[in-house]
Design a protein around this ligand. Sequence first.
Ligand code: GAR
Length: 225
Amino acid sequence: MTKPQTTMFAVRSVDEEYILPRIASLLKPLRVAVLISGTGEGLNALLAHQKISRTHSTKLILSNNSNAYGLIYGNKYNIRCKVVPLPKSTNKDLQRLMHEDLINKELLNSKIELIVLNGYMRVLTPSFVSKWKGKIINIHPSLLPKFPGANAHRDTINAKVTESGCTVHLVDDGVDTGYILAQEKVSINSLDDIKSLQEKIKKVEHKLYPKVIDNLSIGKYHIKS
Ligand code: GAR
């Protein structure tokens, strides 16, 4: 079930259907994989944050796209980077499953405990999500449930609304429908276009996402009982 929440960092309850990652410590940080498809500015912000905040640590950067600019951050921070392109197949369903199988192997090889989608522009299948439910989070550039999908900025500008923002949520079987962990708003003025809105939202995303991961790693979200 999805409910909009304002940003807050008190202890929060999460629906029972999710199994959250273990509570981490400085001695045993949560092992994170970041999945990207593009520029990776959010990844860069998270890696900078993890230099100071040490209850989670990125051990693997995965991309479906060999041209993803964000892959350079693997070298910069000496983190294992892996490109997993879509395997060749004429059967699209089979192709998705084969692709996710390869990704899953990489995650297991690196003993990953939390999957952070950060500009990963593929929808995960229910089969993959069921293996990791509660351990996959996503950031989306709108105040969900408003404007889900791949064109959030365009849809927001076209709707002529005066505010937008970003949402961090647990991933479920739907597209941008999982349990909302936190949101942050930005205001929109009459001069804003898709590009300026994207930049405004990225600024708040780069602060909000690392904070949510901090809180998840130290057990500030717990399962409803
Ligand atoms: C971010 O704004 C993120 O919210 C968005 O892609 C951008 C990634 O930028 N994600 C989605 O639209 C997912 N539906 P980056 O590659 O520069 O971090």
